[in-house]
Structure formats: structure tokens, C-alpha cells
Design a protein around this ligand. Structure first.
Ligand SMILES: Nc1nc2c(ncn2[C@@H]2O[C@H](COP(=O)(O)OP(=O)(O)OP(=O)(O)O)[C@@H](O)[C@H]2O)c(=O)[nH]1
Ligand SMILES: [Zn+2]
Length: 208
């Protein structure tokens, strides 16, 4: 399904000066010694531009908008965990995908958040150019800010295409990153409980 895209002031300026993604992709096609005017490539610059707008849509979305007020009063004080949230993002060094799963937990402090909102928060930060460490921290920070719980813990497990299809070409390595806020930072037994829950999830593997 195609989505409508409203050009930002920066994009409008770039279009006026001819510095569009489309033009840049056409230049890349020429530089890699293919012919941008051959039939199969004619629409490629436009397609790639649309793809990059989609994959970087998180710059144009605010967390408060996706949470949409879905924060509810609750007396519950026990750990809440949403596991195996699949995501894909682009690494900021090579603009190649990294993809995997995020696991998010929090300890409520009088409020809980709508279940779907946690994957939506993950989506906002995944659709940006990222390093996995910052991505992991931003998810925790955002949840901590909107919900003000007693603590937040985030773990992200991912594979990075820039380390698989090029460069070091290591097919079996996954990267795990964590970020802890509030009680999870202070209390090692809470951290252990979180880690035990995440250990029971299916691991990311890639076969071919
Ligand atoms: N810490 C971290 N590193 C990342 C992430 N994504 C990619 N990288 C790494 O960023 C580094 C960039 O290193 P450079 O030496 O500047 O780039 P390069 O010459 O393409 O490096 P190689 O991948 O080793 O060929 C590489 O080691 C990548 O593996 C990430 O999310 N977190
Ligand atoms: Zn990379």
C-alpha cells in the first residue's frame, strides 16, 4: 500500500536546488556503472526515495502522538513485560538494515500503558538511522518519560547486515544491548528477573 508523503521544508529546499534523493540514486547508478536509463532502472530512483522516506519516518513522528493518551490508572505493582517485538532499522554507518527483537519491561507506579503502544514506541525509534545502543536507550527513555514508572528495562537483540553481507562477513553474530532506568538500575535482583524472562525467548538466527 502506498502512503501519502508531505514534503518537509528541508525536502522542499532540496527539491528546488535539485538535490533530491532521486537524483542522488541516479548518480549512484551511474557511478556503479549501470545505466539509469535502462528499462529496469527507470523507476528505481523514485522507488528508493520512497523507501528511504518510509524507513526514516520515525524522524517525523512524536512519541506522545503514538501513545495517544493510552495511559491508565492501575494499582498493579508487579513487573510488566512485552517480549519479542520485531523491528528493523538502518545502521547509521552504512545505511544497511539491522533487525531483530526488542524486549521491554517496566514496574508500574500507579499507571500502565496500552499494550500496543510499546511496539509503537519501538517503531518510532527504529525508523531512523541508528546505532543499536542509542536505539535501545531511546526506547527506555521514552517509556520512562511518558509513563513515569518505577523502572524500565529494555533489551535488544539484532543482526546487522553491514557485518553479514559485507565487511567482516560474520553470519552468526548477534548483538545484544540493554538499557535500564529507575529501579532496574538500582536493584540487581530485578535486573536478574528481567534477564531470566528474556532468556526464555527464541533466539535470532539466520540461515542460508
Ligand atoms: N556499536 C555499534 N557499532 C555498529 C553498529 N552498526 C554498525 N556498527 C559498526 O560501526 C563500525 C564502523 O566502522 P568503520 O571502520 O568506520 O567502517 P568500515 O570500514 O565499514 O568497517 P567494517 O564494517 O569493519 O568494514 C563497524 O565496526 C560496524 O560493525 C551499531 O549499531 N552499534
Ligand atoms: Zn553498519
Amino acid at each position: 500500500m502506498k502512503t501519502m508523503h508531505c514534503a518537509s521544508p528541508v525536502e522542499l529546499e532540496a527539491r528546488e536546488s535539485g538535490l533530491t534523493i532521486e537524483k542522488a540514486i541516479s548518480n549512484i547508478l551511474t557511478e556503479i556503472e549501470d545505466d539509469p536509463s535502462r528499462e529496469g532502472l527507470l523507476e528505481t530512483p523514485q522507488r528508493v526515495a520512497n523507501m528511504y522516506r518510509e524507513l526514516t519516518s520515525g524522524y517525523r513522528i512524536e512519541v506522545n502522538k503514538v501513545v495517544n493518551g493510552a495511559i491508565f490508572t492501575s494499582e498493579d505493582e508487579d513487573l510488566v513485560m512485552v517480549k519479542d517485538i520485531s523491528f528493523s532499522s538502518l545502521c547509521e554507518h552504512h545505511m544497511l538494515p539491522f533487525l531483530g527483537k526488542a524486549h521491554v519491561a517496566y514496574i508500574p507506579d500507579g499507571r500502565i500503558i496500552g499494550l500496543s503502544k510499546i511496539p509503537r514506541i519501538v517503531e518510532v525509534f527504529s525508523k531512523r538511522l541508528q546505532v543499536q545502543e542509542r536505539f535501545t536507550g531511546q526506547i527506555g527513555e521514552a517509556l520512562h518519560e511518558v509513563l513515569r514508572p518505577r523502572g524500565v528495562a529494555v533489551m535488544v537483540e539484532a543482526i546487522h547486515m553491514c557485518a553479514i553481507i559485507r565487511g567482516v562477513k560474520n553470519h552468526s553474530t548477534t548483538m545484544t544491548t540493554t538499557s535500564m532506568f529507575g529501579d532496574f538500575k538500582k536493584d540487581s535482583s530485578l535486573r536478574r528477573e528481567f534477564m531470566e524472562h528474556t532468556a526464555r525467548t527464541s533466539k535470532i538466527t539466520i540461515h542460508w
